[in-house]
Design a protein around this ligand. Structure first.
Ligand code: ATP
Ligand code: MG
Length: 650
């Protein structure tokens, strides 16, 4: 960024070195892994790949034709084989998936069980005419049938496209048509806050306009509660088809570069992008990052709370953990059903050791207060993770204190749907943590912060985060839109991948993610990242969450407007507005003083829980709202729009 940047004014001096007991047993304890990988990145990834099963070893680790990478060229493998068959000798009766439904029902699948179910469903798909290369759409709740179907697709080489179960019929139809999927796997319904989400009804509506779909397989999840229309010839019950299917299905020998899946980004900054991931590199990248970032051990009980409809669920509920032979927990419902302690009840019940969640969830827990986690025994936890947005230092410390009992390292992991795998992250046995910093690029990853001209910036100068060399799980393109792939990622700065995120690096080389470059505010020639102002607000004891945007100002160019959610027990009195403005001035400086503060019970978020600042900007500028297809709750925006107009008019 060319203008002067606010320099690390939000002082964050707290340091958390790896606890000694943790460090001694960690998977990675030696910082030399960074130098080793740096010296020979390809050799580094090849060593990781050698832990996995290949029908045929690769001839070449990387073939790089900017911007197209091929990894493990010539290698033949199968990801479902690596997640299942590979473990049968040593882990046959080990729990692979521990699942809890929202109503409290449970299912445990051992590796043997999962292998059998996947084999069966792979045969079901074949019997419905799905062949290698055909696409399959999955529109399911968070139930075991979802990973079973994904692994079955991987087994027969049919790329899947998972559509989050909260999406509408229209969004589902677009995604099916984009992928030209042959089969849709769905359910009669799913549970959400005690209500039934009518998945089959949505699917029926979607399938009125999806000429490629030949069959729909329907899981019976909610039974009588959901009246299901049935189209004979097209619709098949999951349980009926499974009962007739043989268990054995030999895995296809897939080429490293065969398409594994397509998946859409969250739509935080605009229309979602259909990202393509292939087999070999994605497998190696998710395998190694899971093992190292989460310090995964044989006896861990690992729980990632994301929905499998997002990349986090693909890489870190399904493929990464299972490739490691881990026990992975899945939960169907919301954190507040039947009460606000549901997550902590699950941690206690299964003795969860590793918990991976998102800042949006952590800020919600802060808003509800510590009494909910305090009701439960969380002593099994040994490592915490976060992903999805920059985590404000106060939220980090709250998580560390109230969930981690002060003893668990917190890994703040930066990555994207496009990157497929975690790229900037601590290694918990090596890295001294700073709350709010994702710390360093994973070994072998090249990341840089550059200015407008693409030149590296100095310490604490904000800039654009770019990736300077290919990595194994990188996207191979945008489905059906090669132009957009070039345009979006490779045209802003020549030769490097543009992430769209702003960041700075401090004097110790730690990376701080500052939010989307589209969200950067320019006040009287000073560039201000939304993250720092939001973090200053969240630092105030009454504030749970804040979203900050720039609004047009005749004098300063832009002024700061803040939308603030208070913690329970605090009221939005007039003095609070002044107090918060002063707090920001104290933490950052007069330059960052918000011009307007609007209190709100909720912020507009994507269905994956990210704050959609662009919609707040649309509201503030009185514009028509942009793409809202991935918005979680349209009512929130409507209420805010009315309130904003009232306040502005007053
Ligand atoms: P779209 O690309 O459609 O606008 P999106 O970028 O939100 O949506 P995702 O791929 O789900 O889609 O999210 C990746 C983005 O999430 C990153 O580019 C970054 O902005 C943010 N992010 C993820 N993890 C972190 C983190 N640990 N710290 C800061 N930001 C993060
Ligand atoms: Mg993005």
């Amino acid at each position: 960024m060319s203008e002067r940047t606010i320099e690390a004014l939000l002082q964050e001096g707290r340091r958390f070195p790896p606890p000694e007991g943790f460090r001694q047993r960690a998977n990675v304890t030696d910082a030399r892994v960074y130098e080793d990988a740096e010296r020979d990145p390809e050799g580094f990834w090849a060593r990781a790949a050698a832990d996995l099963h290949w029908f045929r070893r690769w001839d070449q680790v990387l073939e790089w034709n900017l911007p197209y990478a091929k990894w493990f060229v010539g290698g033949k493998t199968n990801l479902s084989y690596n997640c299942l068959d590979q473990h049968l000798a040593a882990r046959r009766t080990k729990r692979a998936i521990v699942w809890q439904g929202e109503p409290g029902d449970e299912r445990v699948l051992t590796y043997e069980d999962l292998h059998r179910e996947v084999g069966r469903f792979a045969n079901v798909l074949k019997s419905l005419g799905v062949r290698r290369g055909d696409r399959v759409a999955l529109y399911l709740p968070m139930i075991p049938e979802l990973p079973i179907a994904m692994l079955a697709c991987a087994r027969i080489g049919a790329p899947h496209t998972v559509v989050f179960g909260g999406f509408s019929a229209e969004a589902l139809r677009d995604r099916i048509n984009d992928a030209k999927a042959k089969v849709l796997v769905t359910a009669d319904g799913g549970w959400r806050r005690g209500n039934v989400v009518p998945l089959k009804r949505n699917a029926d509506e979607a399938m009125q306009g999806t000429p490629s779909i030949e069959h729909a397989v329907v899981v019976r999840r909610v039974g009588e509660q959901a009246a299901v229309n049935w189209q004979p010839g097209r619709d098949v019950w999951w349980h009926t088809a499974m009962a007739q299917a043989p268990e054995r299905c030999d895995p296809e020998e897939m080429d490293s570069e065969d398409l594994l899946y397509t998946l859409y980004t969250s739509g935080t900054t605009g229309k979602p992008k259909g990202v393509m991931h292939t087999t070999g590199g994605y497998m190696v990248g998710t395998y190694l990052t899971t093992k190292w970032v989460f310090d995964l051990k044989e006896d861990d009980v690992y729980w990632c709370t994301a929905d499998i409809g997002w990349v986090t669920g693909h890489s870190y509920i399904v493929y990464g953990p299972l490739a490691n032979g881990a026990t992975t927990v899945m939960y169907e419902g919301t954190p507040d059903f039947p009460d606000k302690d549901r997550f902590w009840a699950i941690v206690e019940q299964y003795r969860v050791t590793i918990l991976y969640t998102a800042p949006t969830a952590i800020r919600t827990f802060m808003k509800w207060g510590p009494s909910y986690p305090e009701k439960h025994d969380l002593s099994s936890l040994r490592l915490l993770g976060t992903v999805g947005e920059p985590i404000n230092p106060e939220a980090w410390v709250w998580y560390h204190t109230h969930i981690g009992g002060g003893r668990c390292p917190v890994v703040d992991t930066w990555w994207q749907t496009e990157t497929g795998m975690i790229l900037i992250t601590p290694l918990p046995g090596v890295t001294t943590l700073k709350p709010g910093s994702a710390t360093r690029p994973f070994p072998g990853i090249g990341a840089e912060i550059v200015n407008d001209k693409g030149q590296p910036v100095g310490p604490n100068e904000g800039g654009y985060l770019v990736l300077t060399r290919p990595w194994p799980a990188m996207l191979r393109g945008i489905y059906g839109d090669p132009e957009r792939y070039q345009q979006q990622y490779w045209s802003r700065f020549p030769g490097v991948y543009f992430t769209g995120d702003g960041a700075k690096r401090d004097e110790d080389g730690y990376f701080w993610l500052l939010g989307r470059v589209d969200d950067v505010i320019n006040v009287a020639g000073h560039r201000i990242g939304t993250y720092e102002v939001e973090s200053a607000l969240v630092d105030h004891p009454a504030v749970a969450e804040a979203a900050v945007i720039g609004v047009t100002d005749e004098v300063k160019g832009q002024a700061i407007a803040a939308f603030v959610t208070l913690k329970e027990g605090h009221t939005s009195v007039a003095q609070m507005v002044e107090a918060l403005k002063e707090h920001v001035v104290k933490k950052i400086g007069a330059l960052a003083r918000p011009e307007q503060i609007l209190f709100t019970a909720e912020l507009p978020k994507t269905r994956s829980g990210k704050i959609m600042r662009r919609l707040l900007r649309d509201i503030a500028e009185g514009r028509i709202l942009g793409d809202t297809t991935t918005l979680a709750d349209p009512a929130v925006v409507q209420v805010l729009k009315e309130r904003y107009e009232e306040t502005a008019g007053a």
